[in-house]
Write a protein that binds this ligand. Structure first.
Ligand code: PAF
Length: 285
């Protein structure tokens, strides 16, 4: 595996890959890799001749009150894990190169609507930061395919929208969430959970499943089902940002005839903000 720390080194390697006519799959990450990331890498491996993983904790997707400085950083262990997965290239950009201007003079890309709902309503500027860094990575690497986890469903839907709106010739692949034995979605932020909080965290996925099995009661019950999901979690000590039933494809509020639904939740347990979702694509009653 080659490691690229500068745009120049990356560009040189990309020229070689393209000269050989090989395709590229990109897996953008913020590091502290877990099994969920490795699943993205394996999907990428099956999608293209070369796999490039980027590892960059993007400061511009963290609000000032968020965990940018404490976000776990383990680049050596990450590189080792990626080597074992036969990744071809690891891109570790430096902020000075990726963002050559001071924040007040930077160019950002916005995906309106999708950036403001659900997590966007609680994390000011988050999706603008995500869209901007992902677009930069797409331009720098020009992958044929890019792979993202379905755990961050709003991010995945937003990136699909970005690619469609800007006519980028990149296939976006979503990979199902990898879970712990109790259903907790794997996430780098799970490491923030205390020994007391960790056994409680499985309640998030349990609440999603409970809501999913109640959806058959019909659209008139959806509001009540979402409220119940929120209340169940609050009773267990979570602070719930949202527990919502949305349209799977664009995360809009669903009409009564909608059959492709997703239930999404974001909730805080102590200082840890957890997100999860469960899609329900079936003939509902
Ligand atoms: O999902 C993540 O880890 C990040 O949001 C991403 C896509 C790497 C952009 O910084």
């Amino acid at each position: 595996m080659e490691t690229f720390r500068t745009l120049n080194a990356l560009k040189k390697a990309l020229v070689q890959i393209r000269r050989r006519g090989e395709t590229i799959a990109l897996v953008p990450t913020m590091g502290y890799l877990h099994e969920g990331h490795l699943q993205l890498v394996r999907t990428a491996r099956q999608s293209a001749d070369r796999v490039i993983v980027s590892l960059y904790v993007n400061p511009f997707q963290f609000a000032p009150s968020e965990d940018f400085s404490s976000y776990p950083r383990t680049p050596e262990a990450d590189a080792e894990a990626l080597r074992r997965e036969n990744v071809d290239g690891l891109f570790l950009p430096a902020t000075e190169e990726l963002y050559p201007r001071p924040p007040e003079a930077m160019t950002f890309v916005e995906v309106p609507g999708l950036s403001d709902t659900l997590c966007g309503a609680f994390r000011a500027g988050h999706f603008r930061g995500v869209a901007t860094v992902v677009l930069k990575l797409f331009h720098l690497i020009q992958p044929d395919t890019a792979v993202f986890g379905e755990k961050d469903l709003q991010q995945l839907v937003l990136i699909r929208r970005l690619v469609e709106d800007l006519h980028l010739p990149i296939q976006i692949v979503g990979v199902p969430t990898v879970r712990e034995a109790d259903g907790l979605a794997k996430s780098s932020r799970n490491s923030y959970l205390s020994a007391i909080e960790r056994p409680l965290a499985g309640a998030l996925f349990a609440a999603l499943n409970e809501a999913a099995s109640a959806l058959g009661r019909g659209p008139s019950a959806w509001g009540e089902i979402a409220l119940k999901g929120q209340q169940v979690l609050e009773a267990k000590g979570f602070e719930v940002d949202y527990f919502a039933i949305r349209r799977l494809d664009d995360l809009e509020i669903p009409g009564p005839l909608e059959r492709r639904l997703v239930i999404l939740v974001a909730a805080r347990l102590g200082r840890t903000r957890l997100i999860d979702n469960l899609s329900v694509d079936e003939a509902l009653g």
